[in-house]
Ligand binder design. Structure first.
Ligand SMILES: [Zn+2]
Length: 261
């Protein structure tokens, strides 16, 4: 059996700032893309998007996992404890209206706040996927060397994987930036891939970003991003599934062993 890899998608305002074009225009095609390849994904969704697009979210929840990416895509480390907890609890409550349990959380920008693990438990989450980085550095290799998932007290962590000898996060952003070389930078150790739906939007939608960031973040975005993602998924040669599916399978042996004792 091929290795299981968590396919994780952040669904947030366009380029993490504002606008819902990705949600409205990219989601249907992305769902077809996954269905054609028999893949399932975990969507980390900013729950405020439910206000305008409840039915898109319900379609997504039919085959895939919905997890939380906060209520408003605010960085948790800039909030006081009460506001950070509200981001976790309120987003979970809102996303459960899709009719499915919401078990996972990913902090916007991978920025966790003080006491984050406690807030996670208080808000009722089963796992977190916020151990990651968006920039190059040795931290990516260190995260890649951890088991995915691993247990941290009563909850679980899904750290990001790396590419490029452990220096880069395994994300569509870096695959796009380094295409056509990206294929050669993939690593066999990959357990998790992350991407954003706004990466499939045409470059002009990035006008919401500060000007110096636009050319960097939009390289090979739009139509080119589909081909780059497709090639990477094929090269990684795994079975792409949700975080919850991986967690359910990895938990079983431990639970049985305890019961037998
Ligand atoms: Zn985000």
């Amino acid at each position: 059996m091929s290795k299981r890899i968590a396919l994780t998608v952040d669904l947030e305002p366009d380029w993490g700032v504002r606008g819902t074009r990705a949600l409205r225009e990219i989601t249907p095609r992305f769902l077809r893309f996954l269905e054609e390849r028999r893949m399932r994904a975990t969507f980390f969704v900013v729950s405020d998007l439910m206000d305008s697009s409840g039915e898109v979210m319900a379609a997504l929840a039919e085959r895939h996992e919905i997890a939380s990416h906060g209520r408003s895509h605010r960085a948790l480390d800039g909030l006081d404890r009460a506001d950070a907890l509200r981001e976790l609890t309120e987003s979970r409550r809102r996303l459960r209206q899709c009719g499915k349990e919401v078990e996972g959380f990913r902090a916007p920008f991978f920025r966790r706040c003080a006491g984050f693990s406690r807030l996670l438990r208080e808000a009722g989450y089963r796992y977190d996927a916020s151990l990651g980085s968006v920039v190059p550095g040795p931290v990516n290799g260190r995260l890649d060397s951890l088991p995915c998932p691993f247990r941290l007290g009563p909850t679980y962590e899904f750290p990001t994987s790396a590419m490029g000898g452990g220096l880069l996060p395994l994300s569509l952003t870096w695959l796009r930036l380094l295409a056509p070389l990206a294929g050669r930078l993939l690593q066999r150790s990959a357990s998790l891939l992350y991407l954003h739906l706004h990466e499939f939007l045409p470059a002009e939608t990035a006008s919401v970003l500060p000007a110096p960031l636009r050319p960097v973040l939009t390289r090979n975005c739009g139509e080119a991003a589909w081909g780059i993602l497709d090639e990477a998924l094929e090269a990684l040669d795994g079975e792409f599934v949700t975080c919850s599916e991986i967690l359910n399978d990895s938990e079983e042996p431990a639970r049985t062993a305890t019961e037998l004792r």
